[in-house]
Design a protein around this ligand. Structure first.
Ligand code: NI
Length: 178
């Protein structure tokens, strides 16, 4: 296993539409997934998409029990989602603060669907599906965007709510402790 460097916004690889995975017996896939978990944990991320470490394939990992960067959010189950597809369960959307390992040190307020249904393959190529809501649904939507070359600032409607972590906290717009 190894920790990879996370590509940052501006890197052209982050703008690509990633390719589906169809070979689930390739030992390279297991290695990539392990590397993604390790890279995500070292970076204190709550999710990571393969393109963020330079692999343009439709694979995301997410989930945590406790996270320093999002201390107020409840547990998100650990999941490997390959070739994920999502469907909103209603039109309801909510605003929430997001960060991204590819946009280090910054946060932005982004509107996302509150409840979604997802369908994907797991690391063994088995079909999985489920529902997600709140922060879990937000993380899946954020990571899935990475597979389509979209970073969260591109989803923002009001750039007044975009800035550096510490400055936002100082301004009272965003508080890590709440
Ligand atoms: Ni991200």
């Amino acid at each position: 296993m190894s920790v990879h460097q996370v590509l940052r916004m501006g890197d052209s690889l982050l703008k690509l539409v990633a390719k589906p995975i169809d070979n689930f017996t390739d030992p390279g896939l297991a290695t990539l997934i392990n590397d993604m978990w390790e890279t995500m944990e070292v970076s204190q991320g709550v999710g990571l998409a393969a393109p963020q470490i330079g692999f343009s394939v439709r694979l995301i990992v997410l989930g945590f029990e406790e996270n320093e960067r999002y201390p107020d959010e409840s547990v998100v189950p650990k999941q490997v989602l390959i070739n994920p597809v999502i469907q909103p369960l209603s039109d309801e959307m909510e605003d929430g603060w997001e960060g991204c390992l590819s946009v280090p040190g910054m946060r932005g307020l982004v509107s996302r669907y509150t409840r979604i249904e997802y369908q994907a393959k797991n690391e063994f190529g088995e079909e999985i599906k489920g529902n997600a809501e709140g922060f879990h649904a937000r993380v899946i939507q954020h990571e899935l965007d990475h597979l389509d070359g979209i970073l969260y600032p591109q989803r923002m409607k009001n750039l007044d709510y975009f800035g550096f972590d510490e400055e936002l906290a100082r301004s009272g717009l965003f508080s890590k402790q709440k």
